[in-house]
Design a protein around this ligand. Structure first.
Ligand SMILES: Nc1ncnc2c1ncn2[C@@H]1O[C@H](COP(=O)(O)OP(=O)(O)OP(=O)(O)O)[C@@H](O)[C@H]1O
Ligand SMILES: [Mg+2]
Length: 266
């Protein structure tokens, strides 16, 4: 691990609408991401996680603050730098059904992305795509299926393969495990661990604290657009400082949330 500071958000704010319809989806959010680091963003539905993710991925300009990638401001300066950043920071969207073209097989979808990013010919792109898909546990038979013929977990893995086609340094995964069952979750998390071992940085967005604890080293807790607490994941889980974090932890079913529930009861 090089420990290079890859990405930084400085006081990022996003406001939607105006007047009485104003929504402050993100308010002065600051975060750092180092090379090879897995960080997490947790928070309840509507807290602003996806909005912030879109800003970090260079897909939406913030209304305040800035995002730096390798020390350079993403939204100011040349468009070529913004485009370069978009390749380097790839996002796996919350709804893979919506982000995959329903007409394209997994193989075509990934091959198309390979062709664009790597500027390869058709055959090479397909070979490259098949390799990426196989790495994600999608064999040739499933690679030839369209999104509606795939299971939720398979669709997610096709989306990850597509994101990886750009050879990014950062993978932003927005609720990658929310729509899939336990065994598909475990499979995806194992794949993410493999990607981390290969040096990829991962920003994992989830309301599933078990998943966050398993994969991330640092975590940011978001509530109503604000980071209310952040720190090393183990520390935040074992000794949460904010009432909101304590409540979030206590809401985890089973053993994982037990200690937090007992603490709250006291
Ligand atoms: N394009 C938009 N126009 C207006 N409001 C928006 C827009 N996108 C998001 N919002 C609002 O911003 C807030 C944060 O939404 P966001 O999707 O970022 O939440 P989230 O934390 O990802 O939630 P979830 O866990 O349900 O995915 C919500 O109140 C949402 O309604
Ligand atoms: Mg979301």
């Amino acid at each position: 691990m090089t420990n290079e500071l890859l990405m930084e958000a400085r006081d990022v704010s996003v406001t939607f609408g105006g007047g009485v319809n104003t929504v402050k989806a993100a308010q002065n959010c600051s975060l750092t991401l180092r090379a090879g680091e897995p960080i997490g963003i947790v928070g309840e539905s509507g807290s602003g996680k996806s909005t912030l993710a879109r800003v970090l991925a260079g897909l939406q300009a913030p209304t305040g603050g800035e995002v730096l990638f390798r020390g350079k401001s993403v939204f100011k300066g040349s468009k070529s730098y913004l485009d370069g950043t978009r390749n380097q920071v790839q996002m796996v969207f919350q709804d893979p059904y919506g982000s995959l073209n329903p007409q394209l097989t997994g193989l075509s979808a990934v091959a198309e992305a390979v062709r664009i990013h790597k500027k390869l010919g058709k055959e090479e792109s397909e070979a490259n795509a098949l390799e990426l898909l196989q790495r994600m546990g999608i064999g040739k038979l499933d690679a030839l299926k369209k999104p509606r013929q795939l299971s939720g977990g398979q669709r997610q893995r096709v989306s990850v393969a597509r994101a990886l086609s750009a050879s990014p340094s950062v993978l932003l995964a927005d609720e990658p495990t929310s729509a899939i069952d336990q065994s598909a979750q475990a499979q995806l998390l194992k794949l993410f661990l493999g990607l981390l071992n290969d040096g990829l940085s991962i920003v994992l967005i989830s309301h599933d604290l078990g998943v966050i604890r398993y994969l991330t080293k640092r975590v940011y807790v978001m509530k109503d657009g604000v980071f209310v607490e952040s720190g090393e994941t183990e520390k935040v889980f074992n000794d949460p400082q904010e009432e909101y974090t304590k409540l979030l932890l206590a809401s985890i079913p089973g053993e994982l949330g037990k200690a937090a529930r007992q603490k709250l009861a006291r």
